[in-house]
Design a binder for this molecule. Structure first.
Ligand SMILES: NC(=O)c1ccc[n+]([C@@H]2O[C@H](COP(=O)([O-])OP(=O)(O)OC[C@H]3O[C@@H](n4cnc5c(N)ncnc54)[C@H](O)[C@@H]3O)[C@@H](O)[C@H]2O)c1
Length: 441
C-alpha cells in the first residue's frame, strides 16, 4: 500500500487536502500547488472558500497574483463540503488552537475537525496535524477519535503524522516552501509517507522520532522566543531608569558574532502564537507534576508591557502639564506586528483598553486594518475605524503612541505633525529622528 502512495506522490497525482484556509493553510495549499500537486481546500467559513474559488485575496500579504493563479487552476479547488474528504489522499489540518477563558488549551477546533475527518476517513489516507499544540495531541487525542468513528486502525489502515507549521506571515525572506519542516510519524510508514509528501514542495524535511517530539519542537521554538522577548523587555525597563537606551545596547551587543541573538523589546506580545503556545506546555506539564516557571515568568513580564507603555505615556503627558484623563490618545498600528493585517492578540487592544479605563479618548491609525473586526475579547471596539492620515487629524491628539511600526508610515511626517510621541517600537530611533517631543517606552 505504501509504495502505491509513494509512487502517486512521485508522479504528482497525490491529492493534498488542506483543512483550514487561514494564515497557515492558504500558503500551504499554494506551496503544494506551485509544485504541480493537485490540492483541495476545506473550510467551515464559506467566505474563504468563495474567495479561493473566485481568486479574491483575503489575507494582505497573499495577494492578487497568487489568488488568481489558484482560482484559475484545474488542480485547485476549495469547498465547505466535507463529504468530499475521501477525494484527498492526504488531509493536513491547519485549524486554530487558541486558549480558552481560563488560559487553558482550547482543543475544540482540533476535536471538531478530527470528528469530521473520522466520518469520511478511507483506507490509505494520510492525516497530518499542523496546528501548534501540546505534546501528545496527535496520538492521545486525535487517533482515538479517528479510529473509534471510522472503525479503521491507525498505522494499519491509514497513516497519521504531526508536522508543525513555522509560517512567518509577511516575512519576505521566508515563505512556506523555504522553511525546513519538522515531521513526526505515528510509525515508520507514516513518517516515510509524510516526509515524501513534504519533500515535493519544501526545501528540507526534518524527521524526528515520533509525533510528540515534533509537537514539542514547535512549542520549544515559541517558548524560546517568548522567554527572550521577556528578557529584553525587562532590560528595557531597567536601562530606561538608568538613562541607557536599550536599543543602542542591543544593536551593539548583536555585533558579537557568536553566543548572542538579538530580540527586540516592544509594547507586549501579539499574534496567534507567542502569547499562547507556551501555555500549551504549561498545561500538559501539570500531568507529570512539573511546573514551567520560566514560561510563567516570561508571560508575566510580557503581559505587563502594555501597562508600562501607558505609564510612560502618563509621564510624557505630565511634562506637557497634561493628564491621561481627558487627553486624546492616538495609537499607531492595530496589527500585532509590522506590515501585516493580522490583529489577533495585538497589544494595541490592551493599550486601547487601558487608556480608555483611565479616561483618555482613544483612536487608532492602521492602513492595513481599516476597522476593528469582530473579536471575542475586544467587542467594545468592534467597528471602530482607523482615522485618516492628515496633518489636521494627527495634530489634534495630545499624544501619539506608536505600538506597531509599519514600514509604510511616514515617520518624519508624524514627527512634524504630532504634539507628543511615545514610541514603544523605536520606530523613530531607527529612522534617525530625534526631538524633544519624542519619548521612548
Ligand atoms: N498564523 C501564524 O503565523 C502561525 C504560524 C505557525 C503556526 N500557526 C498555527 O497554525 C494553526 C492555524 O493558525 P492560523 O493562523 O492559520 O489560523 P486562522 O484562524 O488564520 O485559520 C484557521 C482556519 O480554520 C478554519 N476552521 C476552523 N474550524 C474548522 C473546521 N472544523 N473545519 C475546517 N476549517 C475550520 C477557520 O475558518 C480558518 O479559516 C494554529 O494552531 C496556529 O497556532 C500559526
Amino acid at each position: 500500500m505504501l509504495s502505491t502512495y509513494l509512487k502517486k506522490i512521485e508522479n504528482k497525482e497525490y491529492k493534498v487536502g488542506i483543512i483550514g484556509l487561514g494564515y497557515v493553510g492558504l500558503p500551504l495549499m499554494w506551496t503544494f500547488h506551485e509544485q504541480g500537486m493537485p490540492v483541495i481546500g476545506f473550510d467551515v467559513d464559506q467566505r474563504k472558500v468563495d474567495h479561493v474559488n473566485q481568486g479574491t485575496p483575503y489575507i494582505k500579504h497573499l495577494g492578487q497574483e497568487m489568488m488568481g493563479k489558484l482560482a484559475g487552476s484545474d488542480l485547485c479547488e476549495a469547498t465547505s463540503d466535507f463529504a468530499r474528504m475521501p477525494e484527498a489522499d492526504a488531509l493536513l489540518m491547519c485549524v486554530p488552537t487558541p486558549l480558552d477563558h481560563h488560559r487553558e488549551p482550547d482543543m475544540s477546533y482540533v476535536v471538531a475537525t478530527t470528528q469530521t475527518i473520522s466520518k469520511h476517513l478511507r483506507k490509505g489516507q494520510l492525516v497530518i496535524l499542523e496546528s501548534t499544540t501540546w505534546p501528545g495531541t496527535t496520538e492521545e487525542l486525535m487517533i482515538p477519535i479517528l479510529e473509534e468513528n471510522s472503525g479503521l486502525v491507525a498505522g494499519e489502515d491509514f497513516y497519521v503524522a504531526y508536522s508543525p507549521e513555522r509560517e512567518d506571515p509577511g516575512n519576505a525572506d521566508f515563505n512556506t516552501a523555504k522553511i525546513p519542516k519538522v515531521v513526526g510519524g505515528h510509525g515508520e510508514d507514516a513518517l516515510k509517507l509524510a516526509t515524501a509528501l513534504y519533500d515535493t514542495a519544501i526545501v528540507q524535511t526534518v524527521p524526528v522520532s515520533n509525533c510528540k517530539t515534533a509537537e514539542a519542537v514547535k512549542l520549544t521554538e515559541n517558548i524560546f522566543r517568548s522567554v527572550n522577548i521577556a528578557l529584553v523587555n525587562e532590560l528595557k525597563v531597567v536601562y530606561h531608569d538608568m538613562g541607557i537606551d536599550v536599543h543602542e545596547v542591543l544593536e551593539a551587543a548583536s555585533t558579537k558574532p557568536f553566543g548572542f541573538m538579538k530580540f527586540t523589546p516592544g509594547p507586549g506580545l501579539g499574534g496567534h502564537c507567542i502569547p499562547i503556545d507556551p501555555f500549551y506546555l504549561t498545561w500538559k506539564a501539570r500531568e507529570v507534576e512539573r511546573y514551567t516557571r520560566f514560561i510563567e515568568l516570561a508571560g508575566e513580564i510580557n503581559t505587563s508591557m502594555p501597562r508600562y507603555v501607558v505609564d510612560q505615556t502618563a509621564s510624557a503627558l505630565n511634562q506637557h502639564k497634561k493628564a491621561l484623563n481627558g487627553s486624546k490618545v492616538l495609537l499607531i498600528g492595530l496589527a500585532y506586528k509590522p506590515d501585516v493585517d493580522d490583529d489577533r492578540e495585538s497589544p494595541t487592544y490592551k493599550l486601547m483598553d487601558y487608556f480608555a479605563t483611565v479616561g483618555s479618548e482613544v483612536d487608532y491609525y492602521d492602513p492595513y486594518v481599516p476597522a476593528v473586526p469582530k473579536t471575542r475579547e475586544h467587542a467594545q471596539w468592534e467597528g471602530k475605524k482607523s482615522i485618516e492620515w492628515t496633518k489636521e487629524m494627527i495634530s489634534s491628539y495630545d499624544v501619539v503612541v506608536i505600538s506597531t511600526d509599519h514600514k509604510s508610515i511616514d515617520y518624519a511626517e508624524l514627527a512634524e505633525w504630532a504634539n507628543l510621541i511615545v514610541d514603544s517600537r523605536n520606530a523613530m530611533g531607527r529612522e534617525g529622528i530625534q526631538a524633544d517631543h519624542i519619548f521612548k517606552a
